[in-house]
Design a protein around this ligand. Sequence first.
Ligand SMILES: NC(=O)c1ccc[n+]([C@@H]2O[C@H](COP(=O)([O-])OP(=O)(O)OC[C@H]3O[C@@H](n4cnc5c(N)ncnc54)[C@H](O)[C@@H]3O)[C@@H](O)[C@H]2O)c1
Length: 313
Amino acid sequence: MSVPSIVTVVGSGTMGPGIAAVFARAGSTVRVYDISEQALEMARTMSTMAEGVLEQLGGTKAAGGSISFHTDLAESLAGTNFVVEAIPEKLDLKKTVLADVEKNIGDEVIIATNTSGIPVTDIAEALTHPGRFIGMHWSNPPHVIPMIEVIPGKATDKKFVTELVDMVHGFGYEAVLEKEKPGFVENRVLYAILRECLALVDEGIISQKDLDICVRWGIGYKLAVVGPMRLLDMAGLDIYSSVATYLNADLSNRSDVSEFATDLVAQGKLGMKTSGGVFEYGEGDVAAKRGEIIKQFIAVRKALPAPLSPNQI
Ligand SMILES: NC(=O)c1ccc[n+]([C@@H]2O[C@H](COP(=O)([O-])OP(=O)(O)OC[C@H]3O[C@@H](n4cnc5c(N)ncnc54)[C@H](O)[C@@H]3O)[C@@H](O)[C@H]2O)c1
């Protein structure tokens, strides 16, 4: 399957609207379903904004794409060719909703979950036809980051894995195929970085501001151009091995959450959604910061090799 003609996005919070916009730009008729009318109202604005960002990114735009919004599950699923689920990260909720989804679609329609790390095999237990169920982990913001992790569960049929990878390529994104592992690859790497960063802040080794500057220029800028495997070749595996011999043992391996993060959560400082977290945001600052970040994402992505081009690694 290349890009499906009808796509149903189940759940329209942070991720759903951007996912919908990507499919609509690729020419799909997209139906967004949510139990909350308020969430759908927000999703209208967010998907329009995502479409604007996609326009600025300037990739191919296929004719005929559209997005509609639904509070009736059966209506959103009638005749659909592909379902992507983006509801909250709760195993029981996903199982209940996906069992309902399955009652309204054909046996060969792929159901993909955007779970951030719940084992696909565990969610699949709720389904009568688990062979068509698969992990499709988009990175946030989904309309900006052109890479999707594809994670088959134990029961996933190989033909649907191939179909999903072809579909992802069809809308111009990279698809990386993985075996099941808690958190999947992207979040495992990210959380290893975040654990070390928070440990350094907890220990007072560096300020929050300097840590962001150090990681953005020293690591982020580099990693946007060369991945960690290529970086090993650039640094020299002998150098890596000798540094790792003494450094690995000193890196954070704590299994609980850092005090710094725990304290902020206890104070209700959750980040941009509460106007304060690691940094403070005054009136209008959040919107301005988000706008600035998206602008930089667009500029950096335009400077990098296009997804699916041969010089990706
Ligand atoms: N936010 C991220 O950065 C991110 C990144 C990658 C993957 N994910 C994963 O994507 C999924 C969705 O995450 P999110 O951040 O968009 O969540 P969210 O909480 O922002 O949105 C979830 C939406 O699902 C709706 N919903 C709740 N119960 C529902 C039901 N029974 N039927 C239909 N809709 C229902 C809610 O009204 C809400 O609009 C999660 O599994 C999450 O782990 C999130």
